[in-house]
Design a protein around this ligand. Structure first.
Ligand code: PLP
Length: 460
C-alpha cells in the first residue's frame, strides 16, 4: 500500500461511507451480537506476509459494520450523542492525511493558531467573557482531571508535583452527586482520593445547595482539611441537573476556592441565548469544559476547556525539557503545557469546518429542534398507560419508567433488542429509569416520535 493506492482506497472508503450513512435507518441501532462474536472472526496473530487491500477491505465490510453500535444512527437516543457532522468527517480526513503531531507551536503552527482562534469563536458563540482563553482536550474527563490537578497544586502552593502528597494536609473537593463519574475519577487519579470528594447536598431541583456547600467547606476547615476546589455540574448525565452556578461560585470564591464547571453535554446548547439562564453566573467560573463532540457535531474527540487564567494550569502540567524548547520563541503558546498528554491531534480543523459549514444559525436550529421534539416525545410517552415520567426535560433529556424496576428493565431490553431506537438507563431517586436524550445530528421529528411508537408497542 503506497500513496497512489491510498488515493484509490480513500475514494472507495468515501463511497462506502456514503452507502453506510444512507442506509443507517435500515440497521438496528445497537449491535445485536453475543460477546466474542467479532473476535471469533479475527485470526489470533498478525499475518507474516502482506495481504492485498482488496481482501482487507472486503473483510472490513463483512465483519465490522454489523459489529458496531451506530452512533450516527438518527434514532440513537442513548447516553449523550457523539455527533459527527459530514463537514467534521471531511476535516478529520484532511487532518489524517497531514498526520501531524501538534505538541508545540513549531511542530504545527496552523494547528496551534487555529486552536486559539476556534477557542475565541466558541467563546463568542457561547456568550462567555472575552478574557476567557482555553484549549482542546481529547475528552471532558481529561479536561476535568487537568482542572483538578491544578486545584490540587494551587492549594499546595505547587509543592505536590515536586514533593509528592505524603505528609501534606488532606485536600478536599466539593461536587454534587449529580456530577459525572469523571469527577470521581479525577479525585482518585489526582491522588486526592474518593473519600475527599465531598458530595454536597442538592435541593429539590437536584442543584447543589449553596448553603450546604458553605457549611461543608467550613466544617472541613474546622476539622483541619485543606479545601482545594469546587466542581459544578451544568447538565448532569443522569437527568440533566444544573447546579446553581452563580450562588455556588459566590460561596467558593468567598473561600478563595477555584471552580470548574462540567458542561460536557449542555455546553453546546448555550449557543442559543435562550438557554443561557440555566448556567447564569458562568462568567465567574475559573474553568469550564464542554464537548463539541457531543451535541455540536465536531466529531469525537473534541473537548474544549475554557480558562479564566491559564497560569496555574500551565504551571501544573507544563514541563519544558531541552528537547521541547522552542529557541527564541518563548512567547508563543505550546499547548502541550496546558494538557496532560504531550502529543496532540489537530482537533481544531473539524471545529473550523463544522462551524463554517453549518453556521451558528444552522447549529442552533438543530439544537432548538431537538429540545422541542424531546418535549413532544415526553408528552406522547406521558399519555401512554402505565408510563411515568420520572424526570422532566432539561434541554432535550428526560426519563421515564414503568411502575416497577423489573418491568422497566425488561421494557428497556425489549426496546433495544427491537433495534428501531436505542435508549439507556440510569438510577434516579432510587428507581431504575430509562433516559431519553434527543440530539443526533441528522434526526428528524419522525425519528424522535418513533420513541413513543416503539414504547407503546412494547410496554404492554
Ligand atoms: N461530563 C458529563 C456531564 C458527561 O455526560 C460525560 C460523558 O458523557 C463526561 C463528563 C465525560 O465525557 P468524555 O467522554 O468526553 O470524557
Amino acid at each position: 500500500m503506497n500513496h497512489d493506492d491510498l488515493n484509490h482506497w480513500s475514494k472507495r472508503a468515501a463511497d462506502w461511507a456514503q452507502g453506510y450513512h444512507g442506509g443507517l435507518r435500515n440497521r438496528p441501532v445497537r449491535a445485536a451480537l453475543i460477546p466474542g462474536a467479532i473476535a471469533a472472526q479475527l485470526p489470533a496473530a498478525a499475518p507474516e506476509a502482506a495481504e492485498p487491500m482488496e481482501t482487507i477491505f472486503a473483510d472490513f465490510e463483512r465483519i465490522v459494520p454489523d459489529g458496531m453500535t451506530h452512533w450516527q444512527h438518527p434514532r440513537f437516543f442513548a447516553y449523550f450523542p457523539a455527533n459527527a457532522s459530514p463537514a467534521s468527517m471531511l476535516a478529520e480526513q484532511l487532518a489524517n492525511a497531514i498526520a501531524a503531531q501538534g505538541m508545540l507551536w513549531q511542530t504545527s503552527p496552523a494547528a496551534t493558531e487555529m486552536e486559539q482562534v476556534m477557542i475565541g469563536w466558541l467563546r463568542g458563540a457561547l456568550g462567555l467573557p472575552a478574557d476567557f482563553t482555553g484549549t482542546i482536550h481529547d475528552s471532558a474527563t481529561t479536561a476535568t482531571l487537568s482542572a483538578v490537578l491544578t486545584m490540587r497544586e494551587a492549594a499546595l502552593a505547587f509543592s505536590g508535583n515536586i514533593k509528592g502528597l505524603s505528609g501534606l494536609p488532606r485536600l478536599r473537593l466539593y461536587a454534587s452527586a449529580q456530577t459525572h463519574s469523571s469527577v470521581d475519577k479525577a479525585a482518585r487519579v489526582a491522588g486526592i482520593g474518593q473519600d475527599n470528594l465531598v458530595k454536597v447536598a442538592t435541593d429539590t431541583d437536584f442543584a447543589m445547595d449553596p448553603a450546604a456547600l458553605d457549611a461543608a467547606i467550613r466544617a472541613d476547615k474546622a476539622a483541619g482539611y485543606l479545601p482545594a476546589g469546587v466542581i459544578l455540574c451544568a447538565g448532569g448525565t443522569s437527568i440533566g441537573a444544573f447546579d446553581a452556578i452563580a450562588a455556588c461560585i459566590k460561596v467558593a470564591h468567598a473561600h478563595n476556592l477555584p471552580v470548574h464547571v462540567d458542561a460536557a453535554w449542555a455546553g453546546s446548547a448555550m449557543i442559543c441565548p435562550e438557554f443561557r439562564h440555566l448556567w447564569a453566573g458562568i462568567e465567574d467560573a475559573d474553568s469550564l469544559v464542554f464537548n463539541p463532540h457531543k451535541w455540536l457535531g465536531a466529531q469525537f474527540d473534541c473537548a474544549v476547556q475554557f480558562l479564566r487564567d491559564p497560569t496555574a494550569q500551565v504551571k501544573t502540567l507544563g514541563l519544558r525539557p531541552t528537547y521541547l524548547e522552542t529557541a527564541g520563541r518563548e512567547e508563543i503558546v505550546n499547548f502541550n503545557e496546558w494538557t496532560v498528554p504531550l502529543g496532540r491531534r489537530f482537533r481544531a480543523l473539524k471545529l473550523w469546518f463544522t462551524l463554517r459549514a453549518y453556521g451558528l444559525d444552522g447549529l442552533r436550529a438543530r439544537i432548538r429542534n431537538h429540545v422541542a421534539w424531546a418535549a413532544e416525545a415526553r408528552d406522547a410517552l406521558a399519555a401512554l398507560p402505565r408510563i411515568q415520567i420520572t424526570s422532566e426535560p432539561r434541554l432535550s433529556l428526560f426519563s421515564f419508567a414503568l411502575p416497577t424496576d423489573a418491568e422497566t428493565e425488561a421494557l428497556l431490553n425489549r426496546i433495544n433488542d427491537d433495534g428501531r431506537i436505542y435508549l439507556t438507563q440510569t438510577r434516579h431517586l432510587g428507581r431504575y429509569v430509562i433516559r431519553v436524550q434527543v440530539g443526533q445530528f441528522d434526526c428528524t421529528r419522525e425519528d424522535v416520535m418513533m420513541i413513543p411508537t416503539v414504547v407503546a408497542e412494547l410496554a404492554g
